[in-house]
Design a protein around this ligand. Structure first.
Ligand SMILES: Cc1cc2nc3c(=O)[nH]c(=O)nc-3n(C[C@H](O)[C@H](O)[C@H](O)COP(=O)(O)O)c2cc1C
Length: 177
């Protein structure tokens, strides 16, 4: 399938968490730009747009990030996206939505990556292990008011991308007709 022929629903079905090696092929800047635009267009509570991003393609930084969070994907990724959240409370209601905002942005990014013919994995848990967040903060000079949420290594997959099996719709969706 030509990537430009991929429909929205194809991308939903083809997206899968890819944890294997990537090919040694750079992700072109214009592709990264489209992916990041998809992320920035996600909805956010009060439209506060509390998520910002670091897009890492610098080879030295990629090696250092892989050293902090080693895996076949991070060790070979030609690019990594690091979503950062910032806390912003509504002065009216006291509500803040930085986690929801970040999650919506990441899903847009994963679907865009799939639609472009690339693969990725959302590594949130992996950032919370040991002293990894502190090391990433230091390496990437993350400002104090930003919180590193995840690492998303991406690239052209060397192996097959599969989405994990989902429960049947009937188990999760109740119709109230
Ligand atoms: C909030 C969140 C955190 C995640 N953290 C990790 C992680 O640290 N490492 C990892 O390999 N996958 C991580 N994943 C990917 C999930 O394991 C994956 O989405 C799930 O197993 C379903 O597989 P699929 O993405 O192929 O549908 C995370 C996903 C989400 C939504």
């Amino acid at each position: 399938m030509n990537n430009s022929d991929m429909t929205f629903y194809d991308a939903i079905r083809k997206r899968g968490s890819y944890r294997q090696e990537f090919l040694a092929e750079a992700v072109p800047e214009e592709v990264l730009l489209r992916i990041m635009e998809a992320g920035c267009r996600a909805p956010s509570g009060y439209n506060f747009q509390t998520t910002s991003f670091l897009v890492v393609t610098n080879p030295d930084l990629l090696i250092k990030l892989a050293d902090i969070a080693p895996s076949p994907a991070t060790n070979t990724a030609p690019a990594m996206i690091i979503p950062l959240s910032s806390k912003k409370k509504s002065p009216k209601t006291g509500l803040s939505f930085e986690i929801e905002d970040y999650a919506a942005a990441v899903e847009n990014i994963l679907l865009a990556i799939t639609a472009e013919g690339y693969a990725a994995v959302w590594m949130d848990g992996a950032v919370n292990l040991e002293d990894r967040r502190e090391r990433i903060n230091k390496l990437l000079h993350v400002p104090d008011d930003r919180y590193v949420r995840a690492i998303i290594p991406l690239g052209r997959p060397e192996k097959e991308v599969t989405q994990r099996k989902k429960k049947p719709l009937e188990e999760r969706v109740k119709w109230l007709r």
